[in-house]
Design a protein around this ligand. Sequence first.
Ligand code: BEZ
Length: 219
Amino acid sequence: MEQTETKQESVMMPRIGDDAPSFEAATSQGNIKLKDYKGKWLVLFSHPSDFTPVCTTEFVGFQEIYPDLKELNTELLGLSVDSVPSHIAWIRSIEENFNTNIEFPVIADLDKQVAMKYGMIMPGESQVETSRAVFVIDDKQKIRSIIYYPLTTGRNMQEILRLVKALQTTDKHGVSTPANWTEGDKAVVSPPKSQEEAAARAEEEGIEYIDWYISKKDV
Ligand code: BEZ
């Protein structure tokens, strides 16, 4: 078989349900460890490079949802393979050009230690830049969701916010959230686990019964 041009590095790819890989890293706000976030939810995201247009629009967008995330006991932490001085200069330029003060820290992962642990580099796309990865890590430091976007596509901030709300709603009420669910919509009740439960479902109080396997309720 012909060798491809792309060198495929072996990278660890954490999965949903795994413990979030630990790290200690230099950031635009000093050194930070993953364990500093215990008891809080964390949205850890990578971007390809400072001083690039799509990343700049994303940073403005992440800052816009940061107060809403904080309301959900959720912190925001960025990452790229740029240096702390580069992050500082870029954050200052975002403030100047977009009147937006970036309040969350950004990891300077020059040696790619964190990026490799989290599988943020997609060697087939770029060997040097991190992809647009998002890891939602819960208050017990478990990975609850992972999103990847390519270099050329900016992420949807409202979807990231919706995802955190959906995960927290699941934890709080023991429900699932249907397609396009947003806060205030009915959630999906767990399907029955036996014929007996299936037969009883139609008579259950406080649910919108559609069929034995699909019912919804207000949360
Ligand atoms: C950007 O943020 O505009 C960008 C960064 C890396 C590759 C392509 C686009």
